[in-house]
Design a protein. Structure first.
Length: 122
């Protein structure tokens, strides 16, 4: 039962932070940011928030600095919106999963193109 609640809180926090990122006016928080994952501890006192950017890891690192400076605001808003008894402390971590996913997609498309070219030659 505890695992279900933790997963539900993680998804709720992820959804709310994603909505708040669009509202923040910090110039460091720009571009196509994605909240990849949120891991909430079992006692809901800490949460790791993984942030990724389409532009790459450097943009994500810059955005993490901006989000870290806005942690108090984000935490307060999460507490208000989700009506949590204990709002977790947030730690933002830069992640390059979107960039890696795009590289894998490009490699797969190249393989498909090469396979089609070989099939046309035969």
């Amino acid at each position: 039962m505890a695992g279900y609640k933790t997963d539900r809180v993680s998804e709720d926090i992820k959804r709310e932070i994603a909505a708040m990122v669009r509202e923040l006016k910090d110039p460091r928080i720009k571009g196509m940011l994605t909240i990849v994952n949120v891991e909430v501890s079992s006692d809901a006192s800490f949460a790791k928030v993984y942030v990724s950017a389409m532009e790459g890891i450097e943009t994500a690192k810059t955005a993490v600095k901006g989000l870290t400076s806005a942690t108090g605001y984000i935490r307060r808003e999460i507490g208000k919106r989700l009506h949590l008894r204990k709002t977790p402390e947030l730690k933002f971590i830069a992640d390059d999963s979107i960039e890696r996913g795009m590289q894998i997609t490009r490699m797969l498309n190249d393989i498909v193109t090469e396979t089609e070219e070989k099939a046309d030659e035969d």
